[in-house]
Write a protein that binds this ligand. Sequence first.
Ligand SMILES: Cc1cc2nc3c(=O)[nH]c(=O)nc-3n(C[C@H](O)[C@H](O)[C@H](O)COP(=O)(O)OP(=O)(O)OC[C@H]3O[C@@H](n4cnc5c(N)ncnc54)[C@H](O)[C@@H]3O)c2cc1C
Length: 315
Amino acid sequence: MSQKLCGMAGGKASVSYLTVSTFVILGILLIARPYAAVAIAAFVVGLGAVYLRQLTGKKTKSALTADVFQEFELAKKTIVSHNVTIYRFNLPTPESVLGLPIGQHVSLCASIRQPDGTFKEISRSYTPISGDDQPGSFDLLIKTYPQGNMTQHLASMTVGQSIRARGPKGNFTYTSNMVRRLGMIAGGTGITPMLQIIDAIMRGRESGDQTEIDLIYANVTVEDILQSVILDKHAEDPGIRVHYVLDRPPEGWDGGIGYVTADMITRWLPGPAPDIKILLCGPPPMVAALKRTTEKLGYEKSRPISKLEDQVFAF
Ligand SMILES: Cc1cc2nc3c(=O)[nH]c(=O)nc-3n(C[C@H](O)[C@H](O)[C@H](O)COP(=O)(O)OP(=O)(O)OC[C@H]3O[C@@H](n4cnc5c(N)ncnc54)[C@H](O)[C@@H]3O)c2cc1C
């Protein structure tokens, strides 16, 4: 990624109101002195309105900007397993929200030292597992790779240090009851967009979101399953079913075994229909294989880069 892509915001908020008003008052003083008192009174009222808008605006201010990277301070690291950590980053104020549409992700950027000693601007995508119901901070669930540029950088960060982020990014935005039933297939950390969407559906139940969900969650071992406590809690909802699949299951495992197969998809997910969607997220080889399998099963052919209207959408 280029230096320009990771560039920061240029300066503070606009001061155009003050600048324009000052010139208007100076003009009136020079040309039409009798109206100066009226102009100054109008200026004071206007200034009050600007400050009031800033004060009230703070409550719901979205912290992210789509084009410009901003700094966010690392507030907390929660170790989930030997290679997975939840990173909590502070938003600018305790009232700020991230402002990310459900199903979208953020881009993190950092200048990272390469094996040849040079520094390179690296940017990677992450889907927060927290929503705008959590003001003041946002959480990223991230798997650390031994050779990973960004994930090694994140692992080396200490509380108080900052990272650059921008967003929203992505082609999928969940809206309440957009389909009757969602079939989801996630592998490893590919669970993050699914968690975001399931959380939103659960929050929306009271206001009439009736979407049913069938999630196939594939991992290598039982220790690799992420956020199972939260997923199992969600599965108490009669409209939400979670099907775990393990490549190397422990003895007595009663879930799916091996890779996700056509048979598992037929058994557990909604069949092809105009009012369903299949969502895929996981390692690229897994997603590529699942695109082929779903097409063979009669779902609409997925595109190389998914669009919101697609029946089979890969994040
Ligand atoms: C839309 C989107 C959302 C994402 N959300 C998340 C998220 O919420 N949490 C999360 O942990 N990741 C997420 N990812 C993946 C993330 O963007 C990075 O690809 C990942 O963190 C690795 O980055 P890195 O710079 O550390 O590794 P890189 O420097 O890109 O890779 C270095 C080496 O690490 C290994 N490696 C990297 N990625 C993988 C992989 N997927 N499978 C196996 N080996 C790998 C390989 O050995 C590779 O050669 C998301 C990706 C996308 C596209």
